[in-house]
Write a protein of this length. Sequence first.
Length: 332
Amino acid sequence: MSSLRRKRALLVAAGAALALATTAACSSSGSGGTSGTAGGAHKKVTLITGVKSDPFYITMTCAAQAEAKAKGLDFTADGSAQWDVSVQRPLIDSVAAARPDGLMVSPVDTSALTPSLKQIQSSGTKVALVDTSVTDTSIGITRISSDNEEGGKVAAKALAQQMGEKGSAIVISVKPGVSTTDARIKGFTAEMANHPGITVLPTLYDNDLPATAASQIQSTLAAHPDLGGVFAGNTNTGQGIATGLQQAGKQGAVKVAAFDAEPDEITALKAGTVQVLVAQDPGAIGTQAVDQLAAAFDGKPAEKQIGTTMVAITKDNMDDPQVSKYFYKSGC
């Protein structure tokens, strides 16, 4: 449901950007090799992601698993079936019972899971927050994510240009209280204030359900015939919007800015349903989290905040190998 969560090396100015957030993981495991350092070898590390089936989190999990194997760490991963506190909390509670040496976690709420994470941390497990975070700054030895607010600004600039600087635009996102998507909306809204010819409609939330997003975009079209653009807060929302626009016969007429570069989104970009994607680097997030935990196991300081690269993908540059390497995976 919802980068996240700062370095910005690759925002392509001319084609900029967009929004699809957030998120998924594969349940997998890998045992340690022989290249781990003395303090970290065979430590147990668990990854809990936001939505298990989302290619963003699958890509993160695959990279984390490979890096853990290289570091000699025992790695397991799991994730929520949907972006919901009640679904993720039991997974986190099971980690508390298992007491691994390290936990990488993408919390699905900025505050509701804090007590559980505090308990895990106080028991001696080192916590790394990946993609999403919590407002309590005492949680986590490191926080690794994209600059989601900046990504929202880039999406707004690109969408305004696609819209010809006129008409109505709307944000459809997951739900309030998700650190990454909240930041994207904040950045988008702030930038759109610089485009007076565009009216930004009240944000809608689809609870990370594509069918709901499809219905919402169709209802918005009926109520606002001048709708010229939509910003999708995350992956599932973007998929739903694309479906809704196709069903309404508005594909290409209503411009779409979306986050992420999942397989369905790449297909939509090729088809012209989506005009710009802002890809995050979930693989780097997973790799960096493992590296920071491994350093902490060896008694070295972890880097408190790490920002990962984002790149704007358009139909014009998507075949460039330096861009296509940011496409997300559907499996390891």
